[in-house]
Design a protein. Structure first.
Length: 296
């Protein structure tokens, strides 16, 4: 059952991370900053339509960063780990200035270093380099990785917000899923703010909580499967299903009702699994052996 979550991730989740929201044309196009990493190990291109002119979206991009306009993602979740991130509800005039190559754009000072500006094209693109890239390296036209925020006009009323990541490191691949989840919320946060429809929502709290419930269910069943020592035990099957459930809740949009059903089912299965284990221990005790003893 351990192969099921990995297979699901490789076949269903990775393609979604790589191309969420992007059209075939956007996936194949050359975007600002691509030349800085000419031979990346992987490329992710995500996009969303914003029902506002490009000029109304750019102010949110240029003020991006902790201590500036914020990250527009799950602020409460970031602040729960003392990251001190606060996203603006409107453009801040004092932050609407050009950024210099090498200037720091901070994500979370406590946990993540800053990303240096690799390229700044006013009204069009903000390209960030890797934390290890030096200003001299960036000015010379090279970067270890890029994280580009691009505003691409569709017409005089709409635009596309495109975010492209180009990297080749193993660490980036491992942290990629979490980055995608937070980045997707960031993109939607920018869209909602630019369109004037953003407001604090209970969903911003309930959605991440559903991830933790699903992850806890996977951990409970996985622990029981390891202790049982039987590859085909119900706990192993439930562990695999819960792990797939975590990925589904993380990477797919769901109506609140369906998300609640999935989360409740995983939570209930953990509770029933715990009760079944307790009942088994009681039967073993009544028969005169400890739970660790196995019949011959």
């Amino acid at each position: 059952m351990g192969a099921v979550p990995a297979t699901f991730f490789a076949l269903a989740v990775v393609p979604r991370i790589r191309a969420w929201g992007a059209t075939p044309d956007e996936l194949s196009r050359v975007w600002p900053g691509d030349d800085l990493v000419p031979h990346p190990g992987f490329v992710w291109t995500n996009a969303v339509t914003v029902e506002r002119p490009a000029g109304d979206v750019w102010p949110w991009i240029t003020q991006l960063g902790q201590g500036r306009g914020g990250l527009y993602s799950y602020d409460w979740l970031e602040n729960a780990i003392l990251a001190d991130v606060h996203s603006a509800a409107e453009p801040v005039p004092a932050l609407q200035r050009p950024l210099r190559v090498g200037e720091a754009v901070v994500r979370m000072t406590r946990y993540a270093p800053y990303n240096p500006v690799a390229r700044y094209d006013p009204g069009r693109a903000l390209v960030l380099g890797a934390v290890t890239d030096t200003p001299d390296q960036l000015r010379a036209g090279g970067a270890s990785s890029t994280w580009a925020f691009i505003v691409d006009p569709v017409d005089d009323r709409r635009c596309r917000l495109v975010v492209r990541s180009r990297n080749g490191g193993v660490a980036a691949r491992l942290q990629g899923p979490i980055q995608f989840v937070m980045q997707r919320r960031m993109m939607l946060g920018i869209k909602q703010r630019a369109e004037g429809v953003w407001s604090p929502s209970a969903a911003d709290v309930l959605v991440p909580l559903s991830w933790f419930v699903a992850a806890a269910a996977a951990a409970v069943h996985g622990r029981r499967a390891l202790r049982a020592g039987r590859a085909q035990s119900p706990a192993a099957v439930l562990a695999g299903l819960a792990a797939v459930g975590v990925q589904t809740l993380l990477f797919w949009d769901m109506r609140a009702g369906l998300r609640a059903v999935v989360t409740t089912a995983l939570a209930v299965s953990s509770r029933l699994s715990h009760e079944a284990a307790a009942s088994g221990r009681q039967r073993d005790t009544a028969r005169g052996r400890t739970p660790e003893e196995k019949p011959c």
